[in-house]
Write a protein that binds this ligand. Structure first.
Ligand SMILES: Nc1ncnc2c1ncn2[C@@H]1O[C@H](COP(=O)(O)OP(=O)(O)OP(=O)(O)O)[C@@H](O)[C@H]1O
Length: 259
């Protein structure tokens, strides 16, 4: 799963005018952006901005009301199975089987992608080593710490070597050591050719990890550019870091309801 797939930068995925409503409330409002190979895109937005909905729409878990997703220039609807094989999603809520061992959890996800036999075994070994859980492979995640569960969740999401990986808040509720480890894993994945969309409320993680930043609020895309360009643009307007840019754009009101 960790083979080098270095390429020139090209557009791997493009979203065009994605729209989605729940109960007549529009939670995605014509979202469009392009993802280049090798990007680590930080997707920021207050609670309820629509980040997870966007993830679910891309992954085909929810159906968009309008808009298209292009993967290597082709509408994903034309070959949804191919797209799903090349996409990895680390969900916000940990999705593991507590009564299976760590090994069998990864095996389950690997077999969903059609891997079996020696190739499946090799992939399981590789990803469990990658996340530092090979020695704990026989234990079930019910005995794991929060950080270990998050790492196992990542192993399950990359066992099929996705070209593009969407990570929805993969570092919630874990200690700085585990977070640091996960940051390192993401950088390694990127160096080895995986393109990453990284959702987090920890702006310092986005600052550290991402080359591009998208900020959305109330279902709208507010900013989409190279991180350094955004920082330079807003520095001139008195914002010293990404957090102050974020608060300038999205305000300080609590998001307890809809707009
Ligand atoms: N299944 C659903 N049914 C109805 N409304 C929903 C559903 N899922 C999400 N929503 C609403 O859509 C809006 C966007 O939610 P979403 O979870 O995508 O936001 P988010 O940016 O991921 O928020 P958070 O940072 O809290 O995870 C919210 O107002 C939410 O209440």
């Amino acid at each position: 799963m960790l083979k080098e797939i270095k390429k020139e930068k090209e557009c791997i995925m493009e979203l065009q005018d994605m729209q989605k409503s729940y109960n007549k409330v529009e939670v995605l409002k014509e979202i469009s952006f392009r993802v280049q190979t090798g990007d680590i895109i930080g997707l920021l937005g207050p609670n309820g901005a629509g980040k997870s909905t966007l993830t679910k729409v891309i992954a085909g878990i929810e159906k968009a009301d309008n808009g298209v997703v292009l993967f290597h220039g082709e509408n994903i609807q034309k070959n949804a199975i191919n797209f799903k094989k090349r996409l990895g999603v680390v969900p916000q809520d940990i999705a593991l089987y507590e009564d299976l061992s760590a090994y069998d959890n990864v095996k389950f996800f690997g077999s969903l992608y059609g891997y079996k036999g020696l190739e499946l075994q090799n992939r399981i070994e590789e990803v469990l080593n990658f996340v530092g859980l090979w020695d704990r492979r026989k234990e079930s995640p019910s005995k794991f710490s929060g950080g270990m569960k998050r790492r196992l969740n990542i192993a399950c999401s990359v066992v099929h070597s996705p070209e593009i990986l969407i990570m929805d808040e993969p570092t919630v509720g874990i200690d700085p050591q585990s977070r640091n480890h996960i940051m390192h894993l993401i950088r390694t994945l990127q160096e080895r050719g995986t393109t990453v969309i990284y959702i987090s409320h920890y702006i310092e993680e986005i600052e550290e990890l991402c080359n591009r930043v998208i900020i959305m609020d109330y279902g709208k895309l507010l900013v989409d550019d190279e991180k350094d360009i955004i920082k330079k643009r807003y520095y001139d307007k008195g914002c010293e870091n990404l957090e102050s840019i974020f608060l300038t754009l999205t305000g300080t009101d609590l998001r307890d309801g809809v707009e």
